[in-house]
Design a protein. Structure first.
Length: 259
């Protein structure tokens, strides 16, 4: 998990605090083991605002009862409550671990917004709400590229922090990955097989390097996150593969870096 600087810059990104919380806990454990700087980005995709703005809308409660959805003002209040919780958790970790931290809110599409925000950061950590109560493996998505070693090293470092096993999902590597000295591996031939296999695994974290992968769109990264059902550590996110021209500039930024 080494970086050119003396610390690793980890940017945690999510669309809501529920998705960010598990990733924040992972970042806390990493910050306890090595020098780090933590950042947070909450991206409002505006989907709920669009839904509640439509006339005559109703929602179905867990009891099966039709109810009037929250107002636009109430949705904005929920978004701000999420931002406050996200910011407070980062601040608490920063005080405990004595690390630099920053936080911002953005509006726009989630993945493209986070890739845009990740410029200058070593790792983009995509949040996903906790699905598995028992600890899982650290999964590294490997491709036929010499740069995959960077992802493997990060996965091994994470496994040490989490006291977990490493599993490689190898897509089109064309290599014999069955070495007994290395991590356990599963070879897949297509992206669809990769996602299906990933969906069957109990993972605590997934690692992927965009600079060493054939992923070419934000939808592909979103599908990877949904299949993983856990936080995804993304290397090379700053290089991007989607345009972020429709993502608004940050409307709220807190930067708390020790002088």
């Amino acid at each position: 998990m080494s970086a050119p600087a003396s610390y690793t810059r980890i940017l945690i990104g999510a669309g809501c605090f529920a998705d960010a919380e598990t990733a924040i806990r992972l970042a806390d454990r990493i910050a306890a083991s090595l020098p780090a700087e933590l950042g947070g980005v909450l991206v409002d995709e505006g989907l709920m605002i669009d839904i509640v703005s439509l006339p005559g809308q109703r929602v179905v409660s867990s009891a099966g009862v039709l109810q009037v959805p929250p107002s636009v003002r109430q949705v904005h209040s929920l978004i701000e409550a999420d931002a406050k919780a996200f910011r407070s958790r980062l601040s608490a970790i920063a005080r405990t671990r004595t690390v630099k931290w920053s936080f911002e809110q953005r509006s726009g599409e989630l993945i493209s917004g986070l890739c845009e925000a990740a410029k200058g950061w070593d790792i983009l950590l995509l949040g996903y709400r906790e699905m598995h109560k028992r600890p899982g493996q650290v999964v590294v998505v490997a491709f036929a590229s010499p740069r995959v070693e960077k992802a493997r090293k990060l996965a091994n470092d994470l496994a040490c922090v989490l006291k977990a096993d490493v599993l490689e999902l190898c897509l089109g590597t064309g290599q014999d990955t069955g070495e007994t000295s290395g991590p356990r591996s599963i070879a897949v031939n297509t992206e669809r097989e990769l996602l299906l296999q990933l969906g069957r695994i109990n993972a605590s974290a997934v690692v992927v390097d965009l600079a060493a992968s054939p992923l070419r769109s934000g939808d592909q990264l979103r599908h990877l996150l949904e299949a993983a059902r856990c936080p995804v550590f993304v290397l090379g996110a700053e290089q991007g593969f989607v345009t972020a021209s429709h993502v608004e500039k940050p409307d709220l930024t807190d930067d708390h870096r020790p002088k």
